[in-house]
Design a protein around this ligand. Sequence first.
Ligand SMILES: [Zn+2]
Length: 348
Amino acid sequence: MTTQTSATAQTSSTAQHSTTTQTPDSRALHVLEFPGGYTRSTGPVIGRFLTGLRDGRLLGVHTEDGRVLVPPTEYDPQTAAALGGADADWVEVGPAGTVTTWTWVTDPRPDHPLDRPFAWALIKPDGADTALLHAVDAGSKAAMATGMRVHPTWRDDRVGSIKDIACFAPGEGPADVPAPAPAPDGAELEPVSMITVPSRLEYRLRPGTVWNHFIDGMAAGQIRGTRCTTCGKVYVPPRGACPADGLPATEWVDLPDTGVLTTFAVNNVPAAGAPEVPFISGYVLLDGADIAMLVLVSDVPWQEVRLGMRVKAVWVPEAERTRSVKNLKWFAPTGEPDVPFERYEEYV
Ligand SMILES: [Zn+2]
């Protein structure tokens, strides 16, 4: 999963999307996510582990040399031998265990398993040779210790997820585990084979000197690049250092808002912040630049978009501009003759 992490993130590929909001103090909030979560198959080994969690049991798998791995893996991390096949030797461990290491979380985040301070800990269940990561609700940092005994607190509404264990708590705990909730139609529950996991990365970025100057240019409807003072290459969006030779690229260059489309994609998957599908994202080599810039292309039927097309930036009206790359709405054809491939092939 990749994305533009800069404020030029106007476009996105298939499932993920990236949005950028410029805050007044120039810190930009970036969000990268698969909306609704990321659905994947578990495979037979993790599927069996998750099915065990739904049943209120911690399952590990034996390696050839007799170690017990929890959570189980499809391959022995030491010998690379396949594990968990039809003749695999599964073993129930714990559920109590011993903390092997831990760190204290003073300020839980919204998606953390507990809404009060807690410990992330590696817990080695009794009978296992490896530890699993989970939260320990110890009440206070002073109550945490390496070597302390903990037990899982199971949820009643277990579905086959690591979250079926709400957290671990100090002590040996009760032996009984409530039965899993039956399937809605009363049928026997199928083994867990698919999971949907949340996938959202949120972070704030404070632009440095170079990026601030670029954004100031955007606010004025001006695209600014930097030139490497050694090799002379012009980068846009600007770089503080030349990626080719690692030397400072400190000379500012005001670039025209015209260029040539060097490659493009027709996007048929809707993405937050992007135009209606199908929309075009592409790379435009601005006149005078040495690197192509990722942009949207519009004001043209998607069937007519082609490599070598001359394009020009379309800006939001001056009165509506903010310190944002969103001032540059997209690029549109100029109507000039196409540029021969030889003239831009090294930038494709
Ligand atoms: Zn250079």
